[in-house]
Write a protein that binds this ligand. Structure first.
Ligand code: PLP
Length: 423
């Protein structure tokens, strides 16, 4: 059976980053999220190769997964970093990720988050709405100007699941293009704010190449009208959302073709509008980290009800909410042995929800103690985990070339209780 990059089998047992999954489970317990740094670096290299001919800058969207150790790893790559909260910012700062390589996102920024941008703790801030821009403009003169990009809702409907769509007529994000002129007086009057350019992110798991170029086209139209009003965009960020194959033999994007199309669109529209072509940036999260992640679970029980086979595992909606939230598909395999006689089995978590993680071909004689692997869980799994049912969040480890190390320890019950007021 085909596997994902970085995975293999030895004596039927799953290997991740050159380490037996069983060994990882024994060393760290389950559920466990393993991040293969070689796979991550491979994705970074693939993006870099596609972007380099056009000088397109890449920022990793930290919301997909951010830990101090991961930020430290990313610091040594060519990537910039997007953060969207003080928590993500502090995580990156703990790793001494350079401020000038960071950008602050978010659609409801607190005073502290705006202050972080004003204090130069990030290199740029992506402004979501006029209220935010006005609040930011109130910061008095400072040593450095605050570099501002304006997020626009370009209205592109990328084919993706409704609930993860972040642009289009049903989206809360960014400025309505029709109302964009309101930024002009605010930016022109402020001595502190420096207009750097425009931004738009049109969704997630996008497989249509044209969507990215179309997004760039609409952004360039807006850049043209803002230039006529005296605001010349030097940067154009066309977002993340690059689709990732959820099956080992699934569809992969032609990144070079996408970058070519985006760069060409920007050049052509800049020429037509008589403005300098802005530097282009992208901000993938999932496409960089998803395939690097594999979640390991132990089977706790097996049952058959109304003719359907179930495996109950020691994870669930608390540590991977995406299947329940948006029907996200993750390829699931038996890690402790190959399924000689595979049967369709519903894999469910142990929370008080009907938390089906997915359906997989698992051994007919699956038993308690067998190890299950859920693939491509690097993105939006640990970062979206909660303490539902007062379960503890799993440990996260980094693996590479036969080595492994803990990068987030498993929570304890004391961690879960730590903010309760014991009155
Ligand atoms: N940029 C912004 C503004 C986002 O909101 C997101 C995800 O929601 C991303 C980038 C990353 O998207 P993805 O992980 O699908 O690449």
């Amino acid at each position: 059976m085909q596997l994902f990059p970085g995975q293999g089998r030895s004596d039927g047992q799953l290997m991740i980053g050159g380490v037996r999954a069983q060994e990882l489970a024994q060393a760290y317990g389950t559920p466990l999220l393993a991040i293969d740094y070689d796979v991550l670096d491979g994705s970074i290299a693939a993006f870099s190769q596609a972007c380099a001919p056009h000088g397109i800058e890449i920022a990793y969207a930290g919301k997909a997964l951010l830990l101090v150790a991961l930020a430290r790893h990313l610091k040594h790559t060519p990537l910039d970093l997007d953060v969207c909260s003080l928590g993500e910012l502090r995580t990156a700062e703990r790793a001494a990720f350079p401020a000038e390589r960071m950008r602050m996102h978010g659609c409801g920024k607190t005073d502290e988050e705006l202050e972080a941008a004003a204090a130069g703790r990030v290199g740029r801030i992506i402004v979501d709405n006029i209220w935010e821009l006005t609040r930011l403009a109130r910061y008095g003169p400072g040593r450095e100007r605050i570099r501002v990009l304006i997020r626009i809702n370009t209205g592109i409907e990328a084919h993706t699941h409704d609930f993860v769509r972040t642009s289009g007529e049903h989206s809360k994000f960014g400025f309505d293009p029709a109302a964009l002129s309101e930024i002009v007086p605010v930016l022109q009057r402020s001595a502190r704010l420096e207009f750097r350019g425009l931004h738009s992110h049109i969704g997630s798991q996008i497989y249509e190449r044209e969507a990215f170029a179309e997004n760039a086209r609409v952004l360039m139209e807006r850049a043209g009208s803002l230039a006529a009003a005296g605001l010349v965009a030097q940067e154009l960020i066309v977002g993340g959302g690059f689709g990732v194959a959820a099956q080992p033999d699934g569809e992969t994007l032609d990144l070079a073709a996408i970058m070519d199309a985006v760069a060409q669109t920007v050049r052509e529209h800049a020429y037509a509008a008589g403005i300098p072509a802005p530097h282009v940036g992208i901000e993938p999260g999932r496409a960089l980290i998803a395939q690097a992640g594999t979640s390991l679970y132990s089977v706790m029980a097996r049952k058959e009800q109304f003719g359907r086979k179930y495996a109950i595992v020691d994870g669930g909606v608390y540590e991977n909410p995406r299947p329940a939230l948006y029907d996200a598909y993750h390829h699931i395999i038996c890690a402790s042995r190959e399924a000689a006689e595979p049967v369709e089995t519903a894999v469910c978590g142990r929370t008080c929800e009907n938390d089906r993680l997915g359906v997989a071909e698992l051994p007919r004689d699956l038993r308690a103690g067998d190890l299950i692997a859920m693939c491509t869980t690097g993105a939006y799994t640990y970062s979206m985990a909660s303490n539902y049912n007062r379960f503890t969040r799993p440990a996260v480890i980094a693996v590479r070339q036969g080595t492994h190390e803990l990068i987030a320890r498993r929570e304890t019950i004391e961690d879960v209780l730590r903010s309760d007021c014991d009155v």
